[in-house]
Design a protein around this ligand. Structure first.
Ligand code: NAD
Ligand code: DAU
Length: 346
């Protein structure tokens, strides 16, 4: 058995990665290390092969705990653990800087101390800022890092500490930068699951600004396959952008969801915009396609249909989250916006 150390494996993308690796790589044993913050959920790991999966509850900023948890014969650390929601970083940035920067440094130090073969940092296209509306520009691996939100700044800083570990200590590192993921088990603070959950409950769908911001959507399993290939085939020290060439305006995404759920467009409410709202993300994934042999396998239509089915069939999962601290967060983020909003548009 080859051992890998996965952080954030009880979150949305981390748990999809754990499922994919356990299903497709029979020689791999996973040590899954997660603090179980509001976003971490052991229900996300239900039904997996426990014989090849050890779960450890721990904080990536806790140096001693991390050093104890990383196995001595470890092939790779995959760092998914992060504070991941832009809106929360606008409310308060502290936890983003702690987990996303300090936590990454602690993991890099542990990788060196334990002679881990490769360190894979799961980064994001948001580190490259925003592209002009309607332009034919794309993010490439050479795009400058120009983060605009506290979340993006913390993820860009994490990339810098990864780079420093490579340049200073010669650690074998690879960075992936992906666009907006969607799929089962995404926490309903993010656009697609929030809109599905609200629509299923006949609640208003809060669209920021004019709804014309563009995101480049990818099905979560396609992202996870790219991360695995970056580990197996990526060149040390390189960055790989990951995207499915699937740009969509937010309002079109929201309308598609309402149509699929047979709910009226009158549920849409245009609300006050997000501060510093990035206008457009669009990724050129040529390098990952050419060097890793990666291609997305799931079309937008199929991915969206299976995502909606999952949320329909797992309403208990959604309601469990919506009945807890989430309600306070939702009120803080949306109550004033929705009260102020007079604009309902189909
Ligand atoms: P998520 O918020 O669903 O999950 C994050 C996980 O990390 C949770 O399980 C949480 O408990 C854990 N965690 C948080 N702080 C921790 C800490 N201090 N110690 C240990 N565990 C901790 O996030 P996600 O959407 O699954 O994103 C995973 C990674 O992928 C993040 O690094 C994110 O920046 C990156 N990413 C996300 C997207 C996207 O569209 N969601 C796109 C590109 C990159
Ligand atoms: O691009 C990759 C990034 O995608 C990841 O690094 C982040 O972890 C992930 O959260 C995501 O960031 P975004 O800010 O793009 O995702 P979010 O789902 O929060 O918002 C998507 C778009 O929808 C964005 O333009 C804001 C808008 N939006 C979002 C919410 C939650 C709304 O209009 N209304 C909402 O209620």
């Amino acid at each position: 058995m080859r051992k890998i150390f996965v952080t954030g494996g009880a979150g949305f993308i981390g748990s999809a990665f754990v499922r994919l690796v356990l299903a497709g790589q029979p020689e791999i044993h996973i040590v899954d290390y997660d603090a179980l913050t509001y976003a971490g959920n052991l229900e996300n790991l239900s039904g997996i092969d426990e014989s090849r999966h050890d779960f450890i509850k721990g904080d990536i900023c806790d140096r001693e705990s991390v050093l104890n948890a990383v196995p001595s014969d470890c092939d790779a650390i995959f760092n998914f653990a992060a504070e991941s929601h832009v809106d929360r970083s606008i409310l308060s940035a502290d936890e983003f800087l702690r987990t996303n920067i300090i936590g990454t440094q602690v993991l890099l130090d542990a990788a060196r101390a334990k002679n881990v073969r490769r360190f894979v940092q799961v980064s994001t296209d948001e580190v490259m800022g925003s592209l002009p509306d309607g332009s034919d520009e794309f993010f490439t691996e050479d795009s400058p890092l120009q983060p605009n939100s506290p979340y993006a700044a913390s993820k860009a800083s994490a990339e810098f500490v990864v780079r420093a570990a490579r340049e200073t200590h010669g650690l074998d590192t690879v960075i992936t930068r992906c666009g907006n993921n969607y799929g089962p088990r995404q926490f309903p603070e993010k656009l697609i699951p929030l809109m599905i959950a609200n629509a299923m409950n006949d609640e208003p769908l809060p669209v920021y600004g004019d709804g014309k911001n563009v995101r480049d959507w990818i099905y979560v399993d396609d992202h996870c396959r790219a991360i695995w290939l970056a580990f197996e085939k990526g060149k040390a020290g390189e960055v790989y952008n990951v995207g499915a060439r699937n740009e969509r305006e937010n309002i079109d995404v929201v309308r598609s969801l309402l149509d699929a759920l047979a709910k009226p467009h009158s549920l849409i409410k245009y609300v006050e915009d997000r501060l510093g709202h990035d206008r457009r993300y669009a990724i050129d994934p040529s390098k990952a396609e050419n060097e890793l042999g990666w291609k997305p396998q799931v079309t937008w239509e199929n991915g969206l249909a299976s995502t909606i089915s999952w949320y329909r069939e797992n309403q208990a999962w959604v309601e469990h989250i919506r009945s807890g601290d989430y309600r306070d967060y939702y009120d803080k983020m949306y109550a004033a916006r929705l009260n102020a909003s007079g604009s309902t548009q189909a």
